[in-house]
Design a protein around this ligand. Structure first.
Ligand code: ZN
Length: 85
């Protein structure tokens, strides 16, 4: 699970990018950070599943009222290591 420093850093980053957190479903303003990363696999063929291919690492915040999940790509947030090649 995420450390307290990781959580604090991610929350600060989200708050710096999104001026007012508002749930698109219920208009609530309170979210909680999911305690871990997501790694959504990308598929080029929806008739089969491949594991270990390209993916979009992300974090998610969850609306505290209705449970709506908002995912945010770690690459865009500047939270992925820079590729050196
Ligand atoms: Zn909501």
């Amino acid at each position: 699970m995420l450390s307290e420093d990781q959580k604090k850093n991610l929350i600060q980053t989200i708050n710096s990018k999104v001026a007012t957190l508002t749930c698109p479903m219920c208009k609530n303003h309170k979210f909680v950070l999911a305690d871990g990363y997501f790694n959504n696999p990308m598929q080029t063929d929806f008739s089969s599943i491949s594991i270990g291919g390209p993916s979009i690492p992300s974090i998610a915040i969850v609306c505290s009222n209705c449970g709506f999940i908002s995912q945010h790509a770690l690459g865009v947030l500047g939270k992925l290591p820079q590729q050196t090649s």
